[in-house]
Design a protein around this ligand. Structure first.
Ligand code: PMV
Length: 311
């Protein structure tokens, strides 16, 4: 038996989302983390294996996945089962594609399966968020939410109470080319650096966050329509604001420029920045050409993905 969860991309609004502005995220349905569940000898307890990382964890380890597993067993009121969970993930780590949230979500689903239960998206997102907060500071919660819901979402933190989460209408259909700079980046470090600069001088950052929020509103409308050039222009503008916020990087700017030169309607970095991935919105006919241009410009890996029209 296997469980899985998708990767994700932030289409518009990263960083500003930490400061209670809205953001839009989409699942990457065809790039997933998978967990294989196998029974283990009686009394052997729970083992989590990540062969790609050459890692093996037991339940008591001081490590994010072990902590999430303990929390999930408590939530399910399930005693430690005798099972072996093996992780395989197609998502690069620390790259803005939601690898941590995808593995966490697949893990919660695996333990729910062992308990003979199916958990709803909100409960899964909450469990993964609680464990991410324990190990990664103050994430907005957008990653675990879009991964657990597995649909395009509008996400906005509130001053108090739960975040506003709404599924979005998708027009298009849209084709995206995603490219990884190959530079791993710590979300915690980038978010912390921006927070320190915002604390020292909030006004210009607040203005940029408001400009991002206005764009996110426009992106929601454009995403529901079918004008690629219009949606692309908004993504371009979001990239410029992220550059102003000091979270882009030379490699990201190079890939964004290469995608635009190759004919993309728009391109931007996606996620925390300083490394990780960028995305380009393209006409389907030029997707392969844009992916090739991105690899020529230095991308370590590229993916072509589609956002289907909502019925
Ligand atoms: O995990 P990443 O790299 O996709 O970054 C998350 C997006 C941020 O807005 C930068 C942080 C957050 O918690 O929302």
């Amino acid at each position: 038996m296997q469980t899985s969860a998708p990767g994700k991309l932030i289409l518009c609004g990263e960083h500003a989302v930490v400061y209670q502005r809205p953001a839009i995220a989409i699942p990457l349905r065809d790039v997933r983390a998978t967990i294989t569940i196998a029974p283990a000898a009686p009394g052997s307890g729970l083992t989590v294996k990540a062969p790609e990382l050459r890692a093996v964890w037991r339940l008591q380890a001081q490590e994010p996945l072990s902590a999430l597993a303990s929390m999930t067993l408590d939530y399910l009121k399930l005693a430690e089962p005798d099972v072996e969970l093996t992780i395989a993930s197609a998502l690069p780590i620390a790259s803005g594609m939601g690898s941590g949230a995808a593995v966490g979500t697949a893990l919660v689903r695996a333990l729910a399966y062992v308990a003979g239960r199916t958990l709803d998206a909100a409960s899964i997102a909450e469990l993964v968020y609680t464990s991410e907060r324990a190990f990664h500071g103050t994430p907005s919660g957008i990653d675990n939410t879009v991964v657990a819901y597995e649909q395009p979402i509008w996400f906005q933190r509130q001053a108090a109470g739960p975040p506003l989460i709404a599924p979005l209408e998708v027009g298009g259909p849209w084709t995206l080319v995603v490219a990884d700079t190959g530079v791993a980046s710590s979300t915690h470090a980038v978010v912390g650096d921006l927070r320190a600069r915002w604390q020292a001088d909030p006004a210009p950052y607040e203005r940029s966050f408001d400009a991002v929020a206005a764009l996110v509103v426009q992106v929601r409308a454009a995403l529901g329509g079918s004008d690629g050039a219009a949606l692309g222009a908004l993504l371009n503008r979001n990239h410029e604001l992220l550059v102003e916020l000091g979270v882009s990087a030379a490699q990201l700017d190079t890939l964004v420029a290469a995608a635009r030169s190759a004919g993309a309607w728009g391109a931007k970095m996606s996620g925390a920045g300083w490394g990780g991935v960028m995305l380009a919105l393209v006409a389907p006919a030029i997707a392969a050409t844009v992916a090739e241009a991105l690899r020529t410009a230095g991308a370590a890996r590229t993916w072509i993905t589609h956002l289907e029209r909502t019925p």
